[in-house]
Design a protein around this ligand. Structure first.
Ligand SMILES: *[C@@H]1O[C@H](CO)[C@@H](O)[C@H](O)[C@H]1NC(C)=O
Ligand SMILES: *[C@@H]1O[C@H](CO)[C@@H](O)[C@H](O)[C@H]1NC(C)=O
Ligand SMILES: *[C@@H]1O[C@H](CO)[C@@H](O)[C@H](O)[C@H]1NC(C)=O
Ligand SMILES: *[C@@H]1O[C@H](CO)[C@@H](O)[C@H](O)[C@H]1NC(C)=O
Length: 403
């Protein structure tokens, strides 16, 4: 007998390799078996419902069966085998057996088996993953208002998630970075408690800021489970001065209001003038400074100090008294009135001129007669003579006129 040749040995090796590969990928081979049941893995949250479906491509009318993680039969065809009202038949046909499991519990997690009682029995497995639904997060660590500049550490905790939930922090709508989540677990409990810390150095602007902790988990919609904590920050008053009247006009009344925004509210106010004493007619009454009669000598910078238990704040206001004439000159209405009056006067003058002109023409003689009498009220002798000479010829004319 001859030994197998080298090419022959190679051929045997590749054949064995192919067989081995086929064995490893047995499901590929199975897929081609029309009687092989097919299932799919499912994920469901605690309290939810899951449908387990088992199908065969063809049937020889053998029965299909679903059994649970403990190998207890749930349904054999359309016949119920386990007394558990949470498990209901969804569909039973010669090629499909589907069951619903409602109000799913963490203990329902595991491998379920679908079998078809052919010869031999064929099976397929479906893994059910149950998500532990995280509890509403709780924020702790903030008991009372904190002074500006101090650090606040908030802790957010959410229980019962599986797999561990992710916690996110927000200040208003902006995400802020907390410390990495701490995940806790205890024996015999498949769920996790997750917590995260956020440390903030608070400023006056953080007073009433809303800090929220949001749970991110496949079992909840983003933002569905959140909790909120309002910060309260103690800070010294920030002072603003607002005039009560629109304009400061000489001789009129005027007042300033000082508002100190602080936590707590300012308890006292104090007014002063930058350049010396408050004017005698200026009356300081708490947050108000009032002038009964404004005078230009009141011009200058006024300072309001507001204080609370935390500290003091100051603000200033520069008073610039306007005099009444400056007021009318700057008024557009007055310009219009003056323009109107001037127009009326010019119109009247023009009318007078016309009337006077007509009168002069009609009574020319009379006018000249008056001219002739000019000598009576002439300022000097020369003028009197000229007037007299003119008056002579004028008299002649007059005679002509009256004939
Ligand atoms: C399965 O049963 C149906 C009637 O219930 C019959 O018509 C069909 O031929 C059967 N199929 C096989 C493969 O035995
Ligand atoms: C089973 O679940 C399906 C959805 O997957 C639903 O349409 C059907 O009504 C449920 N059947 C029962 C009996 O609960
Ligand atoms: C989670 O917290 C709850 C209540 O605080 C506690 O009862 C439970 O044992 C904790 N579980 C884990 C996994 O730490
Ligand atoms: C403003 O005060 C001065 C004296 O300080 C006074 O002579 C003047 O009349 C006052 N003007 C008005 C409008 O009160």
């Amino acid at each position: 007998m001859a030994f197998p040749s080298a090419p022959c040995a190679l051929w045997i090796v590749s054949l064995l390799t192919a067989l081995f590969a086929a064995a490893v990928h047995s499901n590929i081979v199975s897929d081609e078996d029309p009687l092989q049941p097919m299932t799919s893995d499912e994920t469901v949250s605690v309290g939810g419902m899951v449908t387990l479906t088992c199908r065969v491509a063809e049937t020889d009318n053998s029965s299909l069966q679903w059994s649970n993680t403990a190998q207890q039969t749930l349904y054999f065809g359309e016949k119920r085998a386990l007394r558990d009202n949470r498990i209901q038949l969804h569909r039973s046909t010669p090629t499909e057996l589907s069951i619903n499991i409602s109000d799913v519990q963490l203990s329902d997690e595991g491998e379920y088996t679908c079998s078809i009682f052919t010869m031999p029995v064929r099976t397929a497995r479906a893994t059910v993953t149950v998500l532990g639904v995280p509890g509403t997060p709780q924020i702790s660590g903030f008991e009372k208002p904190v002074p500006e500049g101090e650090k606040v550490t908030l802790t957010c905790t959410s229980t019962g998630s599986k797999p561990p939930a992710k916690l996110r922090w927000y200040k208003g709508d902006v995400e802020v970075q907390g410390r990495p989540d701490v995940v806790e677990s205890v024996p015999d409990d498949p769920t996790y408690n997750v917590s995260s810390e956020l440390t903030l150095e608070v400023t006056a602007n953080d007073d009433n800021a809303k800090i929220s902790c949001v749970v991110d988990h496949d079992s909840v919609k983003h933002g569905e489970k959140r909790s909120e904590q309002s910060l309260r920050v103690l800070y010294a008053p920030e002072v603003a001065i607002t005039p009560e009247e629109r304009m400061a006009i000489e001789g009129q009344r005027f007042s300033l209001q000082c508002s100190g925004k602080g936590n707590p509210e300012p308890t006292s106010y104090f007014w002063e003038k930058a350049e010396g004493e408050l004017p005698p007619l200026a009356k300081a009454d708490g947050a108000f400074l009032s002038f009964s009669v404004l005078n230009k000598s009141d011009n200058g910078m006024y300072i309001c100090h507001a204080a609370n238990d935390i500290g003091k704040g100051r603000g200033s206001y520069t008073l610039q008294v306007q005099d009444t004439t400056a007021m009318s000159a700057s008024s557009g209405v007055d310009h219009a009135v003056i323009g109107g009056v001037v127009a009326v006067i010019v119109f009247i003058l023009l009318c007078l001129l016309i009337v006077l002109g007509r009168y002069l023409i009609r009574h020319k003689g009379t006018y000249l007669t008056h001219e002739a009498k000019g000598s009576d009220d002439a300022p000097d002798a020369d003028t009197a003579i000229i007037n007299a000479e003119g008056g002579h010829s004028g008299a002649e004319e007059k005679k002509e006129y009256f004939i």
